[in-house]
Design a protein around this ligand. Structure first.
Ligand SMILES: [Zn+2]
Ligand SMILES: [Zn+2]
Length: 424
């Protein structure tokens, strides 16, 4: 026997039962997103490495430590996408979508790849769904984007979530905040981690993102981003708050929430759950405005905002039901008869399974009924010797145990209205 080949570290298989939960989640989330007229875009899983260096940021952990980058056979540097936005913006520009009437509202779904330390709930191949709205600068679209995230989470049964919201200003007002932050943190610098010391020089906003507890403990009485906003940023912020208020969505204002990269601006937000199944509190959706990114990637300056949601975490705390069995299970002493019944039902949109014996010879009706029971079928349709001889079919309700016999040709009408096609 040959040696088994295992899966690489950090990936996992989504087995049928869980895959059915994924289908349920995906269909609910897509439904909510489609209601707001966002359209799907499917972009490649790998791109030129430079796209992510510029589009995610050369100073980020993602680009520095976590990307799956390799040379292809022609020595081009290729990277498996670590996130969705850069590829969507690249596609928006290379397909001339910037010439469409704005805003261009897009969504995507699929696997992302990051070489991270593996731990519970963190895989090296993971899945995100995200939306991007490109071409509108007003606060109303920020509110729409945030509301869609909220409705997506509600649609899959996630309740214990709070929306944290902040504005990090623009290229006019952020330098002032950055300077203030440097002034406040400079005396504490010796107490901070090496990464923070480096961030202090390059981009002090990113210090606030530091995961080291002793650093976070020093970050008290910091200047507020909101207090330093310029007039246009303040108006945008007030507009967003009042738009959200009108819909009844109550954000928690958190002026520590930042996106430390230069092309992010104004609105940043996260949906954070306290659901114990994810351990400590955990971000399930994060997003923000990125008005300078499209320019960074070679387009003209275009306002844009979006979010991404990690589906591994969402699945764990959602109401996703595990899959149900077929509506009907066909049982017969003659495999061909069972297959013929199944085919008639399937062609009418009624799901039906039957027993395929490992030996190739039909098993006894009792064994087949056991199988019907195990699959969770709602009804069993039985054609034994008796039924075959009289051209009839017995139907057993697997819940009540009640059994009735009908003429064979009434099979399909019998089920109309009793069972439907599965929701997916
Ligand atoms: Zn500003
Ligand atoms: Zn630190």
């Amino acid at each position: 026997m040959s040696e088994l080949i295992g899966a690489p570290r950090g990936v996992y298989d989504i087995l049928p039962e869980e895959a059915e939960q994924w289908q349920w989640l995906e269909s609910r989330l897509k439904h909510v997103i489609h209601l707001a007229a966002y359209r799907e875009i499917r972009v490649p899983i790998f791109e030129n490495t430079d796209l992510f260096k510029r589009g995610v940021g050369e100073t980020t952990d993602i680009v520095n430590k976590e990307m799956y980058t390799f040379l292809d056979k022609s020595d081009r540097s290729i990277t498996l996408r670590p996130e969705g936005t850069a590829g969507v913006v690249r596609a928006y520009l290379s397909n001339g979508m910037h010439r469409l009437t704005p805003p261009v509202k897009l969504w995507y779904f699929g696997p992302m790849f990051r070489y991270e330390r593996t731990q519970a709930g963190r895989q090296r191949q993971f899945h995100q769904i995200g939306i991007e709205a490109l071409g509108s600068s007003g606060p109303a679209i920020d509110a729409e984007v945030i509301l869609i995230a909220n409705d997506c989470l509600e649609a899959v049964g996630i309740k214990d979530c709070r929306l944290e919201l902040n504005s990090i200003g623009c290229t006019d007002c952020r330098p002032r905040y950055r300077d203030l932050l440097r002034q406040t943190l400079e005396p504490k610098l010796p107490l901070l981690c090496e990464d923070c010391k480096e961030r202090f020089e390059r981009n002090p906003l990113r210090m606030l993102d530091c995961k080291v507890e002793t650093c976070q403990a020093q970050f008290v009485n910091l200047p507020s981003t909101i207090a330093e906003l310029c007039q246009p940023c303040k108006e945008h912020w007030d507009g967003l708050l009042s738009a959200l208020e009108q819909t009844g969505l109550k954000p928690v204002l958190n002026d520590r929430l930042v996106r430390g990269l230069d092309y992010y601006c104004r609105t940043v937000f996260e949906f954070i759950t306290t659901d114990k199944r994810l351990g400590a509190q955990s971000t399930v959706c994060a997003g923000g405005r990125y008005d300078y990114l499209i320019e960074t990637l070679g387009g003209t300056r275009t306002p844009a905002i979006g979010w991404a949601m990690g589906l591994e975490r969402v699945r764990i705390i959602s109401d996703a039901p595990s899959g149900s069995g077929p509506s009907v299970f066909a049982v017969s002493c003659d495999e061909k008869a069972a297959l013929s019944i199944a085919t008639r039902l399937r062609r009418e949109g009624i799901s039906c399974d039957l027993d395929f014996a490992p030996s190739g010879k039909p098993r006894g009706l009792g064994k087949q009924m056991e199988k019907a029971n195990k699959t969770g079928a709602r009804f069993a349709v039985i054609q034994g010797e008796d039924e075959l001889a009289s051209n009839t079919i017995s139907i057993k309700d697997m819940k009540s145990g009640e059994q009735t016999r009908i003429p064979a040709q009434e099979l399909v009408p019998f089920f109309s209205g009793k069972v439907g096609t599965p929701a997916n």
